[in-house]
Design a protein. Sequence first.
Length: 383
Amino acid sequence: MKLFILLLTLLALSLGAADEKKSKNDEVDHIALAALLLKDGHYTRADETLAQVDLNDKEIDLIRYYTLRGLISTKQGRHAVANEQFRKAITSGQEEKSIHLYIAQNAFKLKEYTECLSALLSAGELAQQKPQLFALKAEAHWRLGQKDEALATLTLAQEHFKEYWGFYKQRFNYFVTLELYQSALEDAGIYLANAPADAKTTLSFIVALRKSGATDKAILLAEEANARHYDNAEITAVLAHLYLDKSMVQAAADLFVQAAIEERSYTKEAAEMLRRAHEFIQALYMNSQMLDTQEKLKQRIAIFLEFGAFERIVAAETALKRSGVLENEDMRYALAYAYYVNGDYMACETHLKMLTRPDLFQKATELRKNMEKCQNNHWECES
């Protein structure tokens, strides 16, 4: 924004001189008017006003004209057009270095990273006055595959702007990509200790480490974050997932219970983890807290199956029918299997014959074979 104001101010300084150049019939100075419209945020009107300029008029200030064209196009998001106009302004004699910073930013958005770096170089010392411009330069190098140059740029930037902590966040992402996880963790620690980082930023560090397979490093950061943001359910849940990555089911279950207390939406996952941790009573309790009736019943049946409570599945048949859960063939097969285990073969067959899915149809065939064995020779029963 300061750069934008700087260029507009330079243009405005020439308005008085431009007034003296008006023709004798007192025509409107479209360039001056466009500058005012641009300053007030009327980009379309400014563009339309400039379109009325007669470029065949030898008294037209082409530097101001093309610079304004570039500024307007930049504000309109037409980055390629903007840079084309800025280059015409330079060819016409524009010597203001800040114009190169606009070219650099537009080039970056156009993914013309070499052009971006070239423009930053042309801006001279002006490109070293703001930390964001160092960050832009580093990212341009990075996207060109010039990783050493990107890291070197951030190192230099840290020397110039010792309290601009965004460099550490940017370099963290580079280190993760390069699988330098200890260095990434250190940069994350520096950023979080100094920058006003919220839980969302902290979470982004943890997720980046996890996605890259640095589970142990992610756990270290997540445990610290969970202690600091103890009421943030999302961080608690991510830590739980990290423990699951390490096959630590009980620890994950405990954390999901904590997350469910903080945020009800984690109740289903908490119940599922408790089921996997073989915590039958707690799993049923968490399941009872679910609001979605169908999801609650589906999960409850899974819990009953896990712990062999087949009689409770049979007892739930009315609720399953009323809720429409039996339209799910997995649930209907579970009910049929529960009847089979309880020895009620007639009820089992009632549900088996309603199955149409090929994989379940095959399972139904096996159950029928077992039931036939049981009816003929009960000692051959298989459950």
